[in-house]
Design a protein around this ligand. Structure first.
Ligand code: ZN
Length: 236
């Protein structure tokens, strides 16, 4: 059985009534519930970790067990210790999968792995978004139609300052006219990384069944595979 660790900053839910009404136990618990009880519920061991725990809940032991790490953060990226970022980066290079969700585009770990500012444009206006599948047949799109429509969301717009994705799975259209690369696949070392845009804290995005399907598909896609061993250095 594979192990998923869901990391959440867990500040908005404790500070803001509007967010607490949507995610009373935190975004990490809503996501954990999905993986415990959803279609893939018997396939994963699910654990959670949050910023204010010692070592942000990401001890060596926790990361050693983790096959795929999900990351949600927004207002406290700078409070994540560099030592923990180093640790997560090392694990990704060794093969751990990483799902980077919504405002985690500005997380230290995503910026480290991308090597760019990861900046973008945004507007919180509750307008409609359509996430168009631009790579039909990609495993992350299994079970979806040609697009996912979110009636109320925050806009993210291009330019999105990330390296060219290895595979672009979704392109978003927003009611205000902007577009955005909303589902981006990367490889770093042996690890697979998926950036997925939806998930603003004041909209119940993670209750959407198609978004849940994408998250489940993405965890499957990002899971470590058995491959040839990586060996480096001078050969005898
Ligand atoms: Zn947001």
């Amino acid at each position: 059985m594979r192990t998923i660790t869901i990391w959440n900053e867990f500040r908005h839910e404790r500070e803001d009534d509007e967010v607490a009404a949507i995610y009373p136990d935190g975004i990490h618990e809503a996501l954990a519930e999905l993986f415990r009880t959803g279609a893939t519920g018997d396939q994963y061991e699910v654990q959670t970790a949050t910023l204010d725990e010692p070592e942000h809940g990401l001890t060596e032991d926790v990361l050693d067990e983790t096959d795929v790490l999900l990351w949600w953060g927004h207002e406290a990226h700078d409070e994540v210790a560099d030592e923990i970022v180093d640790r997560v980066q090392e694990r990704v290079l060794e093969g751990m999968g990483l799902l980077v969700l919504h405002s985690a585009h500005y997380s230290k770990i995503f910026k480290r792995l991308m090597g760019t500012t990861c900046s973008l444009q945004w507007r919180e206006d509750g307008a409609t978004e359509r996430l168009w599948v631009v790579d039909p047949g990609h495993p992350i799109t299994d079970g979806l139609g040609e697009c996912i429509e979110l009636p109320e969301t925050e806009m993210y717009g291009e330019p999105f300052d990330v390296p060219e994705p290895d595979q672009l799975v979704f392109t978003s259209w927003f009611e205000g006219g902007e577009v955005f690369r909303s589902g981006c696949c990367y490889r770093r070392g042996s690890g697979r990384i998926f950036y997925f845009r939806p998930g603003h804290e004041t909209y119940p995005i993670y209750e959407n069944e198609e978004i849940q399907q994408v998250l489940q598909n993405a965890v499957e896609w990002a899971s470590p595979r058995e491959g040839a061993p990586r060996s480096f250095g001078e050969r005898a």
